[in-house]
Design a binder for this molecule. Structure first.
Ligand code: UDP
Ligand code: MG
Length: 329
């Protein structure tokens, strides 16, 4: 536990030009108030196609606390987050979104809990400001996730949190490609707690998460932390067999004790189609896991860096070597 920890704020940015000025103003305002330091802000520019990178570059020229890691293309939010994490040097790390939905003024509250001895302090979102459909989908997802996953990811907690250096180091050393960071964060362990935080509305610009990317994230969460979908195949398979046996017994009885064979063409076809559907579904699920295994064994890097702006020190930190606290004292 460090009394006045150095803070690294970590922000993935994808086409956020309209919000960056305000973000910087609010965030540096908060950091200025905090004792200790020098704190730092590590931006990962996730292949933005607008002026985001140029603006960040200028900001880094004005303010030595700012570092910009520009990726070679759009790798996605979680990969950008991983990239930025790799360039942090602070004692505690606070990942947040660029659109001011994560309120920077929460950071002092995170620190309070950190001082009580927690390694992870995550924001529990109360009163989301998104539309009703989005809210319902999020709620459904978090519930399905907590039912399926073999770790208990706290409901309604996103990536906005504070993590101690040792937690971040453990995260960085999990080699998996499909990173669902809030799941991994729970998986890592150490004392964790949540505080309730209101999620603001996006300050400017459009959501950069398309429905597709959100679904991708949801799948990453479920398939990375649960094999329950695979097991469901067994359950459904057995049920179908049981059902088939019952029908067989019935058909035999009818045959033996006479009577007309039931007119069952439609039901037979329906059963066929239904069972074919079930089989395809589970083939799909198996494919999902298989595809992930394939992605993992290729062992490609999570992201590629085009350029780093700001603090000269770090060449890309070697993830194989553990963090050395003394070198940052
Ligand atoms: N983001 C990113 N790469 C992407 C999509 C989003 O780095 O491919 C960033 C984005 O700039 C923002 C954060 O991830 O800082 C969250 O994105 P967004 O606000 O669109 O997501 P939402 O708040 O709707 O979950
Ligand atoms: Mg947002």
């Amino acid at each position: 536990m460090i009394a006045e920890p150095r803070i690294s704020v970590v922000i993935p940015v994808y086409n956020e030009e309209s919000g960056i000025e305000e973000l910087l103003a609010r965030l540096t305002g908060v950091l200025d108030q905090l004792p200790g330091g020098p704190h730092e802000i590590v931006f990962a520019d996730d292949g933005s196609r607008d002026r985001s990178f140029a603006m960040l570059e200028q900001a880094a020229a004005r303010d030595p606390r700012i570092i910009v890691v520009a990726l070679s293309r759009n790798f996605g939010h979680q990969a950008a987050l991983s990239a930025a994490l790799d360039y942090t040097s602070g004692d505690v790390i606070v990942p947040m979104d660029a659109d001011l939905q994560d309120v920077p003024e929460t950071i002092p509250r995170f620190l309070e809990e950190y001082r009580k001895g927690y390694d992870v302090v995550y924001a529990i979102r109360v009163r989301r400001k998104e539309g009703i459909v989005m809210r319902a989908s999020y709620a459904a997802f978090y519930r399905i996730m907590s039912y399926l996953a073999n770790i208990k990811v706290p409901i309604n907690s996103g990536d906005f949190c504070l993590m101690s250096r040792r937690v971040v180091e453990e995260l960085r050393h999990t080699p998996e490609r499909h990173r669902y960071l809030r799941g991994l964060r729970t998986w890592v362990g150490f004392p964790q707690t949540g505080i309730e935080v209101e999620r603001a509305e996006r300050f400017a610009g459009q959501p950069q998460y398309t429905l597709r990317k959100l679904l991708q994230l949801a799948f990453d969460g479920i398939f990375a932390f649960s094999v329950t979908p695979l097991r469901a195949a067994t359950v459904v398979g057995f049920s179908a067999m049981g059902l088939a046996m019952l029908v067989a017994v019935y058909a035999l009885c009818v045959k033996i004790f006479g009577g007309d064979p039931p007119p069952g063409f439609t039901s037979v076809i329906l059963m066929n189609i239904f069972l074919a559907g079930v089989q395809l579904l589970f083939l799909g699920i198996i494919g999902e896991y298989l595809g992930r295994i394939y992605e993992e064994i290729k062992r490609r890097p999570h992201y590629i860096v085009r350029q780093v702006v700001g603090r000269q020190v770090l060449a890309k930190p070697d993830p194989e070597t553990h963090y050395d606290v003394s070198s940052h004292a």
